[in-house]
Design a protein around this ligand. Structure first.
Ligand SMILES: [Zn+2]
Length: 387
């Protein structure tokens, strides 16, 4: 049994992270340290009803910091959610953001902070060329991030993913200073996550580590972080799914999620290039979609990643280390935690709102070409138990 105290640390990489069970109690003190007097807490409508948000608001009230809260956001947040949040922020004369929740709330919170003092529209800050230089940095609000899922890692990321409702394309909004100033990583906040969401978000953390590790380019820092992140996922994700109250499993998964997002500064790949358009069209869960496409993308990329995956297999301690060992592990993990084999098997399938061809777009560091999408699509329909 791991002592909770050994899971408590302050890290200063990649930003100031206060990690450990119960550390949400430090929220009012962190606001004061950053000089925030009237924070806007941004969360999602589901979390808004939970005691953890009420208790955070109560602690802010007690600390004389008000209790402004904005929760009108969608699971796959859209541009309008950000615009509404900015209007709310300005009307409440707020001076800082507490982004509190899963990926959607964190992304919207970070983007409201970005947009608080800008005159240009949101889409002018899409992650293209040097568009981030258009940002008036002095107009950005400070952000405290409080993750409540262990997957997205958005709490340590410099970007957000927002859906453009007009084009049905998920766009990445980027600025280096979107990295939250302080992160409160309290694994107790993830205790109540249902097993299905634990599994899906955990697969997102794995996808970030795996894609960063496989991305081409010289970046030994990212590679090292990604390798250890995958080891944590291997050891702890099945435990967190089966026993949600296991604080050691929750803590290690929360760390793995932050490690994935730290590592993917190096790059992502076809898993995300596919899951973003699929999520944009079907409103599917991002992490679950990543888990569905993961083995297919590994097989597609095999010639380019064989040697790297052999090293990964050795690090993970898999028998007969090689590409096949990693693929077998991913397939077994998916099965163990209940990730479906195909998109058609997904339990929650939204209504198709646009033609799929309209969403195949170069929205990640690795371009998703129609050829790859068709190749993967054929296997979705042809394979029922993995490639
Ligand atoms: Zn992701």
């Amino acid at each position: 049994m791991i002592d909770a105290k050994t899971l408590t640390r302050n890290w200063n990489y990649p930003t100031s992270v206060r990690f450990g069970p119960g550390r949400i109690a430090e929220l009012p003190a962190v606001c004061r340290e950053l000089g925030i007097k009237r924070p806007l807490l941004v969360t999602d409508p589901g979390l808004r009803k939970l005691p953890m948000i009420e208790s955070a608001l109560a602690s802010l009230r007690k600390g004389g910091l008000g209790d402004a809260v904005f929760s009108d956001i969608r699971a796959n947040p859209v541009g309008r959610n950000v615009d509404d949040g900015v209007a709310f922020y300005k009307a409440g004369k707020c001076d800082g953001i507490i982004a509190f929740g899963g990926g959607s709330a964190l992304d919207v919170g970070k983007t409201i902070a970005l947009m608080a003092g800008q005159t240009r529209p949101l889409w002018d800050f899409e992650d293209r060329d040097d568009w981030y230089t258009r940002v008036n940095v002095a107009g950005m609000a400070r952000t405290i991030a409080v993750p409540t899922t262990a997957g997205t890692g958005s709490e340590v990321g410099r970007a957000s993913v927002i859906l453009d409702e007009v084009t049905h394309i998920k766009k990445i909004i980027f600025h280096p200073k979107m990295l939250p100033t302080v992160v409160i990583s309290d694994p107790e906040l993830t205790i109540g996550l249902p097993s299905r969401i634990t599994a899906a978000t955990g697969m997102d953390a794995l996808a970030h580590c795996l894609e960063a590790y496989c991305a081409p380019g010289f970046h030994p820092l990212a590679d090292g972080i990604a390798l250890e992140g995958m080891r944590l996922v291997r050891n702890w994700l099945p435990v967190a799914v089966k026993d949600g109250k296991n604080i050691a499993a929750r803590a290690h998964m929360l760390a793995a999620a932050s490690m994935g997002a730290t590592a993917f500064q190096k790059g992502l790949g076809a898993i995300h290039s596919l899951s973003h358009p699929v999520g944009a069209i079907y409103n599917s869960h991002h992490g679950e979609t990543n888990g569905v496409v993961m083995p297919y993308v590994l097989v597609f990329n095999r010639p380019a990643i064989e040697e790297r995956l052999t090293r990964l297999a050795r690090y993970l301690g898999l028998a007969n280390p090689g590409f096949q060992a990693v693929l077998d592990w991913v397939l077994a993990l998916r099965k163990e935690i209940g990730i479906p084999d195909t998109l058609a098997d997904r339990r929650r399938c939204g209504r198709c709102s646009s033609r799929p061809s309209a969403a195949i777009c170069p929205d990640g560091p690795v371009e998703t070409t129609p050829t790859l999408a068709i190749w993967i699509g054929m296997r979705f329909s042809a394979v029922s138990s993995g490639p």
